[in-house]
Design a protein around this ligand. Sequence first.
Ligand code: NAD
Length: 285
Amino acid sequence: MNIKTIGVVGAGTMGNGIAQVCAAAGLKVIMQDIGDAQVGRGLSTVAGSLDRLIKKEKISAEDKQATLSNITITTQLSDLADADVVVEAATENEALKLDLFRQLDSLCQPEAILASNTSSISLTRIAGVTGRADKVIGMHFMNPVPMMALIEVIRALQTSDAVYRRIHELSEFIGKVPVEAKDSPGFVANRILIPMINEAAYVYYEGLASAEGIDEIMKLGMAHPMGPLMLADLIGLDTCYAVIKVLHEGFGDSKYRPCPIWQQMVDAGYLGRKSGRGFYTYEDR
Ligand code: NAD
């Protein structure tokens, strides 16, 4: 495979996981975020995740060091100039992503592939703001990235077959299973998942059961490994809200209307695990 260096934009929940799996596969990774605190936190999350894998005897201490030595951190987007592939994993906000792709297009090598980990935003629209629309593609990793096998690979209308094949190959190289999906609001995974989570939020909002009760019903009754509200906390309530809004606006269908609780929780800074409080509270943050 002729992909050696991966740029990762955003060192949050997803970005640091993407950096970890690419670095563990032997690729050089440059992980960028807007500030020292964000990149520092991202790198320490990777170290903590590798420590847990050592404890479970899945990797050795040498593997941890080798993975960490493949990752460099930066706050400058221009440091991604030599990457073969950039995976953008910044906040789920269309204007922000369009701006990032314009910048990446102007500073990256002309042959570099620009991928987005967006959960819902149109890859065709993102590709359209670049001068290399054929080299823009969606690589939708699942959370937590080191544990989850799937990458939903989303083709923009403009994505070339050659770029799709290279990203398919890269996904397998880092130990994941790529599955192709067409560009449409929420693609496949979040078209199905997020309306269920939104409905669980409505059930909670209407006071029909406690958060624990709703999650127990879905775990014990439907054999889900995690209840929908705990899963919302894991995803991030700001991200869940952003995705349900994209579905609602994208399809213009009232069945996707966002539960009012999302706006309240986001306004309160209750973003789920990453902020220490969402439908549940988390002592370790
Ligand atoms: P997050 O809030 O944990 O992290 C986002 C990071 O992006 C933050 O560290 C923030 O500082 C950074 N950022 C914001 N603006 C930036 C900029 N201009 N340049 C560089 N970095 C910037 O969010 P997340 O959960 O990691 O989500 C990132 C992307 O991954 C989103 O598009 C989201 O929809 C997608 N995604 C999330 C999940 C999930 O379960 N959380 C799953 C799949 C895909």
